[in-house]
Design a protein around this ligand. Structure first.
Ligand SMILES: NC(=O)c1ccc[n+]([C@@H]2O[C@H](COP(=O)([O-])OP(=O)(O)OC[C@H]3O[C@@H](n4cnc5c(N)ncnc54)[C@H](OP(=O)(O)O)[C@@H]3O)[C@@H](O)[C@H]2O)c1
Length: 305
């Protein structure tokens, strides 16, 4: 079968299409015929050699797919390093989830990781309610575009932020009432901040949280988080909650599956819809990574075998 193989960390050109054996399927796993594979920022970090849990090389990246098993349309979350950028991937049966009839395969590959990463913190850690103001950073990206929709679906008022003016239309279309570039946030105040960006932005948004509010720290695309003194949180009556889906899938899979069950009806009736900004064939996986690395994409980038 064809697969995108990463033999050594490096630039986007390190991703090479190759012929490899179809994966062996162990007990409790199914072989998925991949119709679309989601590309995530974490994949970019692995390719660059910057991910905290680097897989052994060579490897095939890709930790979410949509495809078919015995004619059944599924969403699949391959574990342990991925394997999704391929024609076939072995997926643990517990992470084979239904793909709604209304969704395309590309949408299926764009849905699970971003929407779970938005839904679980916004329902379990921040407890968003009608009237809550939620500020979403990187709001035109994968997690961000999901978080705007989830916050709206929960009745929140959404303020979006992104790195460039021309990224603000998408979150506005998804229901954000206000949208700013990062340098325009000084007067914004929010109860909840969804932060997939980290770095210096994290320190900046702490100042925008209202008393009794919370920053949801989801990622550090812009670089490592600065040190955090609890005295600052105490003094401002604010909290920080961290969220890492991969570890939750290992330690408390029932919560993740329950969250997916909650998301399904919203997805089926169109209240939530993943934004597929770009579809590329497997052979162009390097371009897919370059788009994300250079912050030129919108929504999700999806590979189609
Ligand atoms: N905690 C979890 O379980 C979990 C799960 C999935 C993803 N994540 C994290 O959430 C973040 C978003 O993931 P994603 O796959 O949806 O990616 P994404 O948001 O589609 O892409 C990353 C975005 O980060 C922003 N960014 C800011 N500074 C950047 C920089 N120096 N380099 C690159 N991007 C920068 C860019 O948006 P602007 O140009 O608008 O700033 C870019 O579009 C990542 O940090 C990822 O690791 C965490």
């Amino acid at each position: 079968m064809k697969a995108v193989v990463l033999r050594a960390t490096g630039g986007p050109e390190a991703l090479q299409l190759a012929d490899v054996p179809v994966p062996q399927v162990g007990d409790g796993h199914s072989l998925v015929r991949v119709r679309a594979a989601g590309v995530n920022f974490a994949d970019v970090l692995v390719r660059q050699g910057r991910y905290p849990e680097q897989p052994e090389l060579p490897t095939v990246l890709g930790s979410e797919v949509a495809g078919e098993v015995d004619g059944r349309r599924v969403v699949g979350l391959p574990r342990h390093g991925g394997g999704g950028y391929a024609e076939y991937v072995a997926v643990p049966d517990e992470w084979l989830l239904p793909l709604p009839d209304s969704a395309s395969f590309a949408e299926g590959a764009a849905f699970p990781l971003t929407f779970l990463t938005a839904w679980i913190p916004l329902t379990r850690q921040a407890r968003v309610r009608p009237g809550t103001t939620v500020l979403v950073l990187a709001a035109a990206g994968g997690v961000g575009s999901a978080a705007v929709q989830v916050a709206r679906a929960l009745g929140a008022r959404v303020v979006a932020a992104a790195g460039a003016e021309d990224k603000l239309d998408l979150p506005r279309e998804l229901g954000a009432e206000e949208a700013y570039t990062y340098d325009g946030l000084a007067d914004v105040r929010a109860d909840v901040v969804v932060d997939p960006v980290g770095g210096e932005h994290f320190a900046g948004v702490l100042r925008l949280v209202r008393p009794l509010g919370v920053v949801l720290a989801l990622g550090s695309a812009a670089g490592p988080w600065p040190g955090l003194d609890p005295a600052l949180l105490v003094g401002r009556n604010v909290g920080v909650q961290g969220f890492y889906l991969g570890r939750l899938m290992r330690l408390d899979p029932g919560v993740v599956r329950a969250a997916f069950e909650e998301l399904l009806p919203l997805w089926e009736r169109g209240a939530l819809r993943p934004v597929v900004g770009t579809e590329l064939p497997l052979a162009r996986a390097g371009e897919a990574h370059a788009l994300i690395e250079q912050r030129r994409h919108r929504g999700k980038v999806v590979l189609v075998p």
